[in-house]
Each structure stands twice: as structure tokens, then as C-alpha cells.
Design a protein around this ligand. Structure first.
Ligand code: SF4
Length: 358
């Protein structure tokens, strides 16, 4: 507690007399940790935290959900997914609704669970919804390698894996986005290494700090950001040294490079971002359901007041959305940001966004 108070006082001192500063916590796990620990509420008035595009479910496009639903409706297909994808709205339905109507949808805790499902149901095609960032992609790569070495031929990936650094570059190129620094996701940096984020300082001259997920770790990273603002010495501060190295997890990166290649990817609210996704290499095309058995989904432009796209870029707060807390709530989500526990709107709904007055 003594350390926490010292950090809070340091934040207060460093921000004193500064203009309004907006720091973006890039990842959904940070958003929830910040709310749970009450950090947002104790920050000085001129230090604002805005949430970014780091919740994998939130940035997954309708199109991907529609494809997953199209596969789930097919005879002899099983769609396996992490639980938080179940309620993500597609254009007209959700996987949860399809499951209630008889589609075969299985919730798994690891892509490796799908290997067992595939072995148990050799006559069915088992599709894993490979959604996530650098954190989960290595396990997905390991699953593909395990399926190959074990001769499992009925397990496939429907891929929407995304990479965080290109999304940050995209945000910094967007004139509507206004941030003074990034609180970088510690678990992504464990895999990529701190050096992967050097472009933030070298090219964009913007402060950043890699942070863990405990309250004191987040406060320490905020101190780093404010020190960079204060001294005008911009760098990528690695405030999660106990697990993040400069080069990252070399073994995980080797797995990734063996199985995947970098490709353009479509992000909800941000459109297509160059080199921001992963696709299976041609040697593993037999595990890519879109190449083995493509499905057509109708592209429908739905008019909606949902402001997920702006929320994910830190342009507006969830409470600026006219649907927030009214028709859009976790049990009846209109947009993807209200679905996952790490979704920005869901976190604001659950924990509230007010300030404490001392
Ligand atoms: S509150 Fe709901 S409708 Fe509004 S931006 Fe968030 S997810 Fe979309």
C-alpha cells in the first residue's frame, strides 16, 4: 500500500500543471484491471485513460461471425470456440442462437481441446474459431502442428488472428485519434518482445510503457509515461521486465513463423489494416477451412447507432453512445464491445466510469 500511495503521489506531482493528457490502454485485460483497481477514478483530472482496440472479440468483424454461423449450420460440422464469441452479434444471428436452434457449437478453453473433439468425431469437420492476438496465436500454431504430426485431418481453423503493433501504427496515422501515449499490453510483449514497439518512439515520437496487470504495475507504467512527457525523452519503457525481454519469446515466434504468414486483416471499426493479421502458410492450407471448403456470406450494411468503431479508437467513451446501458447491455448486446468481459463497453457498464472526489 505504501508503494501504491507513493506511485499515486508521483503521478499527481508529474501531471501537475500539465495540459490534459490522454493515455490509451491498448488491451482489454488492462481496461478491466484498471476499473477493478479503481485507478481511473483516482487519477488527476487532467490525466485521462482511454481504451483501445485490444479486445479480440470486439475487433472481430460481423463477416467473420457470419462465416462461423454458416459453417455451424452445415451438416457434419462442429464449430469450436472460446465462450466469449458465442454472443457476438453477426449480421442476423449469433452462435449462441444457432446452438439453441440445433447447430453444433462447442465451447473450448484451448485450441488443443479441438484435437480431442476431432479425434472423437472422425466423420465430422471440426472448425476452431482462431480469434486473438500474438498471445493466443502460438497455441493455435502448436495445435496445427500437433494435428499434422498426429495425422488428424478433420480439424480446421477459421482465422481472424490479429497483430497489435500494426493497429497502433494505424491509430497514429488516424487524425481523429488523439492520444499522448500508450500503455502497452504486457502479455503481447511477452511474445513479441519490447523491441517490436520501438517504432512508437523512433517514428512517432510518442511515449509508451509496457505494463503488467497488477495495480502497482499499471501505476508504475503511468509514472513512466508521465516522466517521458515531463522530460520530453520518448522511449518504450519496459515496466514488465520480470517476463518481457527485448526479443520476446523466441520459441513462440518460431512456431508462429513456421505456421503463419503476415497478411492484411479487417478490424471492426477500423477497416482493413495492412500486415495486421496472420494466415496459414500454403504448406498448412489443408487446415484452413476457407481454402478447403469456402462459404459465401451475404455482405449486409446494417445501419446502427452502435459506436464501437469510435470506442475502439478511443475517439468516444462508451457513455457517449446513445444505446449504452439502455438497449445495449451485457445480456442484450447490440455491439461487440458489450459482449466480452474485456469489452470496453461491458467494462464501463459493469464498473462505471465516474471519478472519486477526495
Ligand atoms: S454501448 Fe453497445 S451499441 Fe454502444 S458502442 Fe458500445 S457496444 Fe456499441
Amino acid at each position: 500500500m505504501a508503494d501504491t500511495l507513493k506511485l499515486v503521489k508521483k503521478i499527481s506531482r508529474l501531471s501537475d500543471g500539465k495540459p490534459r493528457l490522454r493515455f490509451m490502454e491498448v488491451c482489454g485485460t488492462h481496461t478491466v484491471a484498471i476499473f477493478r483497481s479503481g485507478i481511473r477514478q483516482i487519477l488527476p483530472e487532467n490525466v485521462e485513460l482511454v481504451s483501445g482496440p485490444g479486445c479480440p472479440v470486439c475487433v472481430t468483424e460481423n463477416d467473420f461471425v457470419d462465416k462461423a454461423i454458416a459453417y455451424a449450420r452445415k451438416k457434419n460440422f462442429i464449430v469450436a470456440t472460446f465462450g466469449d464469441m458465442l454472443k457476438v452479434p453477426g449480421t442476423r444471428s449469433t452462435l449462441a442462437r444457432e446452438a439453441a436452434n440445433g447447430a453444433r457449437v462447442e465451447v473450448v478453453y484451448s485450441p488443443l481441446d479441438c484435437l480431442e473433439i476431432a479425434k472423437k468425431h472422425p466423420r465430422k469437420s471440426v472448425i476452431f474459431l482462431a480469434v486473438g492476438f500474438e498471445t493466443t496465436a502460438p497455441t493455435q500454431a502448436a495445435t496445427v502442428l500437433a494435428a499434422q504430426s498426429q495425422g488428424v485431418k478433420n480439424l480446421f481453423m477459421l482465422s481472424a488472428q490479429k497483430l497489435v503493433p500494426p493497429a497502433l501504427r494505424f491509430l497514429l496515422d488516424d487524425a481523429a485519434v488523439n492520444v499522448d501515449g500508450f500503455l502497452l499490453p504486457g502479455h503481447v510483449a511477452v511474445v513479441t518482445g519490447a523491441d517490436e514497439f520501438n517504432f512508437l518512439a523512433d517514428e512517432f515520437k510518442i511515449p509508451s510503457a509496457i505494463s503488467g496487470f497488477e495495480a502497482d504495475e499499471i501505476l508504475t507504467a503511468l509514472v513512466s509515461l508521465l516522466e517521458q512527457v515531463d522530460t520530453a525523452q520518448v522511449r518504450v519503457a519496459n515496466d514488465y521486465r520480470k517476463v518481457v525481454t527485448a526479443q520476446g519469446n523466441v520459441t513462440a515466434k518460431k512456431f508462429l513463423a513456421q505456421v503463419y504468414e503476415v497478411t492484411d486483416a479487417s478490424w471492426r471499426g477500423m477497416g482493413t489494416i495492412a500486415n495486421s493479421g496472420l494466415k496459414l502458410r500454403d504448406e498448412f492450407a489443408d487446415f484452413d477451412i476457407e481454402r478447403v471448403e469456402p462459404v459465401e456470406v451475404e455482405r449486409v450494411e446494417k445501419k446502427s447507432a452502435c459506436r464501437c468503431g469510435e470506442v475502439l479508437r478511443g475517439i468516444v467513451k462508451p457513455t457517449d453512445c446513445p444505446l449504452f446501458g439502455k438497449v445495449c447491455q451485457p445480456l442484450h448486446a447490440i455491439g461487440a464491445c458489450m459482449v466480452s468481459v474485456e469489452g470496453v463497453c461491458a467494462a464501463w457498464f459493469k464498473y462505471g466510469g465516474g471519478k472519486f472526489n477526495f
